[in-house]
Write a protein that binds this ligand. Structure first.
Ligand code: HEC
Length: 116
């Protein structure tokens, strides 16, 4: 019995030490994760906000893709005046759109093509 205890005690101690080490490793790991999360959240809030899209953009995507595809609209590069007459032609082709939305679409396309 005595011999058994003598053999057993240091062994148990060793396992306990190893467990302590594992716990410490785990704490360090969790700490690093938290620190990383804090840094990432900090970076996220400091990145400049995306510029707000022109309200006409969403209208073009929904209103101008029903009869033909959007490429028809995106491949064109017109002046404001040509867009006015083109959109009027689309209205004559059967497009139904309130005047304020029409103005937004023309404005968006004119600005887009100025920078094309
Ligand atoms: C009611 C159906 C309809 C809708 C909605 C429509 N179009 Fe058209 N579109 C046409 C037809 C038909 C043609 C081909 C005949 C023509 O060119 O007039 C055309 C052709 C075009 C062309 C190529 C010809 C050209 O004149 O350059 C462009 C650009 C265009 N459409 C832009 C638009 C835009 C921008 C919108 C949204 C504001 C729109 N379309 C919505 C029917 C439509």
């Amino acid at each position: 019995m005595i011999v058994h205890f003598k053999m057993d005690y240091p062994k148990k101690n060793l396992i306990k030490k190893m467990e302590d080490k594992e716990m410490k490793k785990r704490f360090v790991f969790i700490f690093v994760l938290i620190a990383l999360a804090v840094v990432l959240v900090g970076c996220g809030s400091s990145t400049p906000a995306e510029p707000t899209p022109h309200p006409g953009q969403a209208l073009v995507e929904t209103k101008c893709s029903t009869c033909h595809g959007l490429p028809q609209v995106n491949n064109a590069k017109y002046t404001r005046g040509t867009w006015e007459s083109t959109v009027d032609r689309m209205v004559m082709a059967g497009m139904q759109i309130p005047d304020d939305q029409k103005a937004l679409i023309i404005d968006y396309l004119a600005i887009r093509d100025e920078n094309k």
